[in-house]
Design a protein. Structure first.
Length: 216
């Protein structure tokens, strides 16, 4: 598995000027298909309205690189133009602990608590060294943070959450994601830190692909 074979990235924030930097680089051959990003042989259907470009972050709560990327990602998402539709998709390379972490994500989403708890789950795993792979531990953590822990565990076993987890797994497979974090663009491209040459560079490549998707 290539999950953990991801380079560390610069802490320098890629801001509003990223696209301006990325496009000239592409014109000079700086962003190369097959090297810095992959074009899917079979496009993945997207559900965004016409005129929108979908960007998907594939991640795993247990991945240290996803944890490190999160602050940069959050800052980037806040600056995305209106025509970009962003969403996160947790991966499942095998059932455990990936499946459990997937279901935590979708249970929190169903409860409307994802926005407040997403970073806290990362922090618990990577800073507090909590595994969050057992129902009792998950419930205790959620309750400590003001969320109904019993309800989270209940929802994790629900049909709706299990369906979303299965769909997430299918989407990652359709994009041929073999490591995280990775960014899927409009069902046609994906890039990652290892492809782009760092997590900050991954954002530049993604912005280039967003613009390329608008021209098609």
């Amino acid at each position: 598995m290539k999950l953990m074979q991801r380079r560390d990235f610069s802490a320098t924030l890629v801001g509003a000027g990223a696209l301006a930097l990325g496009l000239p680089a592409a014109a000079q051959g700086g962003i190369v298909e097959g090297t810095h990003y992959v074009r899917l042989g079979q496009p993945v259907p997207v559900t965004v309205p016409a005129g929108k470009v979908e960007v998907v972050e594939f991640f795993w709560y247990g991945c240290p690189h996803c944890n490190a990327f999160e602050p940069m990602l959050e800052a980037w998402v806040k600056k995305m133009p209106d025509f970009v539709a962003f969403r996160r998709v947790p991966v499942q390379f095998r059932e455990e602990p990936f499946g459990t972490h997937q279901r935590i994500f979708y249970a929190l989403e169903a409860m409307g608590r994802l926005e407040t708890m997403h970073r806290k789950v990362f922090f618990a795993i990577h800073n507090d060294r909590q595994r969050l792979d057992k129902p009792a531990d998950i419930a205790a953590f959620m309750t400590k943070n003001g969320v109904d822990g019993a309800k989270v565990v209940e929802l994790m076993g629900s049909f709706a959450v299990q369906t979303k987890a299965r769909q997430a797994k299918q989407l990652a497979e359709a994009y041929k994601i073999d490591g995280v974090p990775a960014l899927g663009i409009q069902g046609r491209f994906y890039t990652s830190g290892s492809l782009a040459g760092g997590q900050d560079r991954m954002v530049l490549v993604a912005e280039y692909l967003i613009q390329a998707s608008r021209k098609v």
